[in-house]
Every structure is written in structure tokens, then in C-alpha cells.
Design a binder for this molecule. Structure first.
Ligand SMILES: [Zn+2]
Length: 77
């Protein structure tokens, strides 16, 4: 059993336990935007599906994603 904090958050660079690490793949369960749009959004930020983030950073990205999506909608694109 792995007990070391050997997983690193790509954003804040802090070390975490593997089970405390998240990826943007969890955003595929969001109702909006569609996951394809989400992947494109993060691609522009240099983030892919396999990058590891802590809960705090993934929540930050979740908010950024929602903001970007809402902005885009209000521009009628
Ligand atoms: Zn982090």
C-alpha cells in the first residue's frame, strides 16, 4: 500500500496522496459545457486529461471553466 505523498499538483506544486489527486476528467460529468469544449479550453491552458491537480486547484479550474463558458454564451457564439 502506497502511503507516501508522491503525487504532485501541477498547479500549486504541493505534494499529495494519490487518492487526493484530481484530473480535469471529472469535468466530463458537468452538465455544461460539453466535455469536448472543456478539453479544448484546458488545451489552451496547456493542461491535458492526465495532469494531476489537488482538490483546491481543480475547484479553481472548475470556476474558470464556468466563467469562460458563461462568457462565451453571453457573446452568443
Ligand atoms: Zn494544487
Amino acid at each position: 500500500m502506497q502511503t507516501n505523498k508522491n503525487a504532485q499538483c501541477k498547479k500549486c506544486l504541493n505534494k499529495f496522496y494519490q487518492k487526493e489527486i484530481y484530473t480535469i476528467q471529472q469535468f466530463q460529468y458537468k452538465e455544461q459545457p460539453k466535455y469536448k469544449w472543456t478539453l479544448n479550453f484546458f488545451k489552451k491552458l496547456g493542461i491535458n486529461e492526465w495532469d494531476s491537480f489537488c482538490e483546491k486547484c481543480v475547484m479553481t479550474y472548475s470556476k474558470e471553466l464556468d466563467d469562460a463558458w458563461n462568457n462565451q454564451k453571453s457573446q452568443g457564439l
